[in-house]
Ligand binder design. Sequence first.
Ligand code: ADP
Ligand code: ZN
Length: 741
Amino acid sequence: MEVTRTARCSIAEVAIGQRVDKLFHYAVPSRLAASLHPGHRVVVPFGKGRRVGFVVGLVRETGVPVLKEIESAPDEQAVVSEDLLDLARWVADYYAAPLGLVLKTILPPGFSDPEKAFAKEKQEIRVALAPNAPAARRRLTAKQEAVLALLQDFGGEMPLTALRAAGASAAAAAALEKKGLVAFRKGEAARLAHPDTGERDTAIVLSEAQRRAVAEIGGAVRGGTFAPFLLHGVTGSGKTEVYLRLIQEIVREGGGALVLVPEIALTPQLIGRFVRRLGDAVAVLHSGLTDAERRDQWKRLRSGEARVAVGVRSAVFAPVDRLKLIVVDEEHDPSYRQDEGVRYHARDTAVMRAKRAGIPVVLGTATPSLETFHNAREGRYRPLDLPERAGGAVFPTVRIVDLRGAKSGNRFLSPDLLSAVEERLARSEQSLLFLNRRGWASFLLCRECGATLSCDHCSVTLTVHKGDKSARCHYCGHARPLPEVCPACGGTRMAPLGVGTEQIEEELKARFPSARVARMDRDTMGGRGAYIDLVRDLHEGKVDILVGTQMVTKGHHFPRVSLVGVVLAETSLMVPDFRATERTFHLLMQVAGRAGRGEVPGEAIVQTFVPGHPILAFVQEHDFAGFAETELSARREVRYPPFVRLVRVLITGTDEVRVSAAAARGAAAMREAGGKEIEVLGPAPAPLARLKGKFRWHVLLKGKEPGRLKDLARRGSLAIQRVPGASSLSVLIDVDPVGLM
Ligand code: ADP
Ligand code: ZN
């Protein structure tokens, strides 16, 4: 039998790390013929050296003579399982990306690097609370306290990698060892003691709606069929509790599950909650891990030791064994879209993975994306509602405050908002102020000539940062000292305009000198450590007022926050993107939902210069359905998703004339070949017309069938590549783009 097979398939198609854009053919030596499968890693001669590659297919013929042979295949088990290879193929095809690049994206870093690829990972180091720890715990740093708290949460012992994955400091753990409070040991992963899950199960009695959701999804899990669910419930309605119940059951039966959350929502609190319920069955995947840690988590899943992957976007490719359920929490979140390399959408890829695996997928959210909502309404997704907040908490009342009349003081802190903050201070409750702009002011304007300070490399204004007296580009990172005089006219009246979190923090400190004000944004949260410290301070009531960007909107449960202030509702409305309204609605609902999750009823104050904007009324009424109706009919009218599909072709380069000429050429070719069903819009300069020194033009394709749009985009891309000087341009095909900047 084997001989026949060898005769049929003696040539391997191999994707090679450094050349991810194409596949190479190698002869399979007869000694490997029986054991080599798609998904195996192989060492192959390449140029003058050797490379590690992945077998993606075995074929009989290539039409050209294949000269070189595979040298070896060192792994017993294929690195990429059959189902993941199949998913990778779908991703490569759907998102118009080379399969090699997709495989590189799927695998942990270093897997295709010849040096690291076969290196033996060191033995696991574990950290445990010392059994006879001295009672004296004085003089511990916050980071050391955090390590102890985490160990407690994890049942007293955990791998060092997991400790670090949860954001704690290894140095702090080492310091604790010196104090005799924790002990390190090397060894094979001694299993964590599984926390007694039964006790916690009885602690929470599921609501009727939760029970129904668990029953329906659980039925689909046991039935082993593809079934997409939309679990629609406001923040705090108990969605996570539903996931946990389902997954506990799955793990008990020996199955596996995959849970995706947005990066920003994958907080130590959430990780702790999964680990308390599921113990060592959990592997966590996020961008804060070192490469070695990521490989370790990945291997634990691949070997079946860990059964549940909880992770961010790229975890949609986690090698979960016997996968029975996929959960995509906060499915509407734009961060599920990867916007470099392979531009895939993790939610859509998750649905596709579930479909191919024949298992249910749950899309959970308080504010479904219009695509998902539309799918549910059309009967493609099964809707499950959790209409109430768990434990009887109610959605906060929302007050809209018109900023146009403000005369005195800071224009961005209305008397309404200030007095509401003051009330909270008097009652020792917390306030959370949200503004989706960091820095001190949005731009610097010369009052004499009207020039604004803009980036040398991008078509955007520079943001004023007072802390380090710099003007910074939030797109490319370019920074320069704040100028004393206008670089255009030499005028001395440079005025900062617009508002950022830094300014709000400063104002609040000035208004409420005795209040403890903290800021959470990308400028203050250097590492996960700083973030964990701040979250803990909030929990312990050591912060009275938190000012922050989007970072504050997700993943936290701060029971003492009874006031949420939205400093400026329209920051995200003014973005030139057809999803701007939807994005703003999601954001406002999410941030309002942060108020009043505990005993105290909450209030949200939304400040704006456009109080008549229709979405504010929907937010005020918590009326998702009303919002969706209105927005969907607007989208239908102008033919935008979810009623059509989009593919965007983006052409960039340093020579503007060349870029625009190429875009015109591409658009013409696509128009010619497109036919009636496909609309070709453009070419036009992208809203962000210049980024990092590159000019940007785009062409937008609209139509019903993504496959045809993509084929057309490929054709346009080829036409562009034939334009003289095309080698200096780059052409990007973006399928189902999120954001058209
Ligand atoms: P969501 O994921 O929808 O934000 P969670 O599952 O995190 O909601 O639930 C919010 C809070 O309510 C959590 O502290 C959770 O433990 C608690 N909770 C969830 N379900 C119930 C319930 N049926 N009864 C009481 N408390 C619950
Ligand atoms: Zn820039």
